[in-house]
Design a protein around this ligand. Sequence first.
Ligand code: ZN
Length: 839
Amino acid sequence: MYQIRLCLLLFLSTIFSLQAQQPKKLNSSEIYEAVQKLNVLGSVLYIAAHPDDENTRLISYMSNEVKARTAYLSLTRGDGGQNLIGPEIRELLGVIRTQELLGARRVDGGEQRFTRANDFGYSKHPDETLEIWNKDDVLSDVVWAIREFKPDIIINRFDHRTPGRTHGHHTSSAMLSMEAFDMANDASKYSSQLELTQTWQPQRLFFNTSWWFYGSQEKFEEADKSNMLSFDIGTFYSTKGSSNNELASLASSQHLSQGFGRLSQRGSQQEYIEFLKGEPLDDTNDFFAGIDTSWNRIKGGQAIETIMSEIENNFNFVNPSAHLPQLLEAYKLLHNLKDEHWKTIKTKELKTIIEACAGLYLEVSATRPHASPNSDVELKMEVLNRSNSKINLVSYNLSTLKNGISKNMELPTNQRLNFEEAITIPNNMAYTAPYWLNTQSTLGMYHVEHQDLIGLPETPRAVFVDFNLTIEGTPITITKPVVYRYSKPDKGELYRPFEIIPEVSASISNEVFIFENDQQKEIEVTVKAGRDAIDGFVQMAYPNDWSVYPQKQKIEIANKGDIQKVVFTVIPPKGKSEGLITPMVNVNGEFYTDELIEIDYAHIPFQTVLMPSESKVVRLDIQKRGNNIGYIEGAGDVVPESLRQIGYSVTVIKPDEISPENLSNFDAIVVGIRAYNIVEELKFKQKFLLDYVKEGGNLVIQYNTNRRLKVDNLAPYELKLSRDRVTDENALVRILEPNHPILNFPNKITIQDFEGWVQERGLYFPNEWSEEFTPLLASNDKGETSKEGALLVAKYGKGNYIYTGLSFFREFPAGVSGAYRLFANLLSAGKEDKTQLKN
Ligand SMILES: [Zn+2]
């Protein structure tokens, strides 16, 4: 039973994602294109590692010009990158990028698939990638994608033969594709999948090459292309009024969280694919050569082809409903097909065409955007036949009810019918949440319990309505998810998915609380009601050696959606310690420990995500000298807030405020990440910063990249930046100068201070420096030479110049205590004598 249900959901999910914002209604040209596409039975699977890796020109060409079923398998959801449009990172960024990919596919016509691989951040080599991912699990998911999607050809974005030349995830995607190509048809491989699907042999595997992989246009022109196919992907689609590459640019521009908004392109453009393995090519320049992509490839297809070709060749753009009798004839023939794979795909396509030709408007909107289990919701249905065809509404089935509701009424032409139903959300209904976040993940993998869900872009919607119709006597069921349709005076009509949320959720203001001494802090918890009349209490879970009071705080919230804030006092232990605090909301004896996070951007559908509500509390063993820190902002980091958490007074200095008088007020000046790459004014202010050091100041500069530096004199002495980085956050750190004051005052730094670091050690380390600099630390990734540029210190005049590529900006928000201790030492440099005098 479970299997059948999930198969149905699998089928539904793609319709719903099309309708995520505003339900798509096809016009005549789009119906015509859908008819053309219905007549092609070929499939292409494009494989790469991240959202934005995919070549949308090629995906759009395959989908719109070749009219093949085309999907992009992105091994990851892009969780590890940076977010240029908001605060979401990690899992939440993965949710945004998943939706951006779906947005891109709505534009280029492709479908979207994933594996369980977690984007853990930059990786230099596939060996490292495949060790952090569970290689066998990711390979299993690629095999699963091939067996489920059943592509005729596979196209890799990256070259499997050049490990180390690009991101390790990239090369891994191509290597896994190569392996999976040979495995998908082998029943002895991942055989448990075969309870749900069948083996499959793709016919050819290609690599989507370009001059970029050859270093230059010239080198690519000289390259041997005998094993390559090339085609012009600049096709102009008159039915769309758009060129293929214009569509592709629009699709890429959906990746807004990565800053991919771009100008459109059009006109002739060559694309290349290199044959890697499978059935040899013939001399026709056709990647499908020898593969039947017509209805003839399946038994019983010929009769459907006869009908559908007739429609395609004589399409009535003025009145597409004239084709309904033929379409319904084809629908009946489809129903009798033995080939379940194509039957499912083509039935779905044909239903969309029939619905559009009949001008059917079917919608179910809840009167509110969400509800919690066991609560009542009103649904408003709108049913409208905008054609002259004879259409009857026999009944409808609500997914939350056992029995259908009988209607037996004719839908008169263009006469709207409205129905209302009140439903109760079942007590055991799961909350709306991305399925891959339902259980604890590891650094390299998401955990997904049910094989059926693996690969799906989204969790299938649980609340939907089946409309059971007859169209000209032919029974046909059309399924619609429940949506929330509303309007805003300044925006017009809007849609949101209807969601199931918990009765209550709670959140804590910060993800990390740092305690620099044993003084207590007040921590605010916000409780949000998912239903009316919430009455209960909140208590905190906290580590043994910590204290929290009061034990309980009462909550009473009258209206759904309202919040109540309560404050707890958290007292750290005397010595260093760290752990988690979790607010637990008790309502009617039931504990709720999740935070409800809403992701609301105009370019993607509204998303709610449930995450465990918890904050890290860290009691540091830390000493500090100096208090007044000036901060010059770069590309943006949370270093100022982090330093404030440990008691520093931090003043952000605007570039035009950098003057000798102003700088002299501070005990130390910190420069934000990439400031010398993006702050134009530093060109003119660098002199003041270096003079500040000369006069006894303490300047700490965080990483910059070596491209497009705004200054020639980054340091008072020669210092050359490189691309050296240490991406393994656990890479051994060797202390080169154990007696150097910076590693001893006021905190004694040992290798224990490099435990528990996240994501990486650091990046863009200098690789050449003059003898005035002292390198303090060395580290390297596996198989690489020792990198000694992570932390460099030089005396200049009476002060200290410090350059560091260590990733403090990542470690601080993760509450890594050693990073705080080391940074306190950087800020205290040169303060030793004064302290001794005071003592
Ligand atoms: Zn990538």
